[in-house]
Design a protein around this ligand. Sequence first.
Ligand code: NI
Length: 186
Amino acid sequence: MAIRPVLRMGDARLSQVAEMVSDFANGELQQLLVDMRDTMKSLDGAGLAAPQIGVGLRVVIFGVPQPDQQAEAPQNSRYPDAMGVPETVLINPVVTPLDDKMDTGWEGCLSVPGLRGLVPRHSTVRYQGYDEFGGLIDRTVSGFHARVVQHECDHLDGILYTMRIRDMRNFGYSDVLFPDTPVQDE
Ligand code: NI
């Protein structure tokens, strides 16, 4: 188990395009995933991309407990209203919007602690990629699940959510934007 430091906005490594994973039978990939899971859980995150811990590979993880699991697993306090998103390891992802419909929603990021911004995302996307064993993943999702996937996969192309905010008046400190909702700092 290793909780790794999360790079923060301004670090040049967050702006780089990550490389494809070519070898799945590689102990380093499994160790990377252990570290990513430990790091994400320690920070109560909904997702994490490998570049956020300084590893330039096209690997993301995400997941929010389903409502019926929340009796056992603590609810994600950063996204208390989020619908459940299955715990997913996604390697070499391809994200394809299925139509032109966009939703706007508030996002935060472990690399931009303490802040939130209103970000447009495609409402419905298909995503394809591989799990940690090289098995194919192919899902069509919408809503919060689609938002998380787009946010995490953006990290692989060096894009932070702050770059997608259309109106910077909708960007600020979590505790100022949402004073009545205690939001744990990322
Ligand atoms: Ni992020």
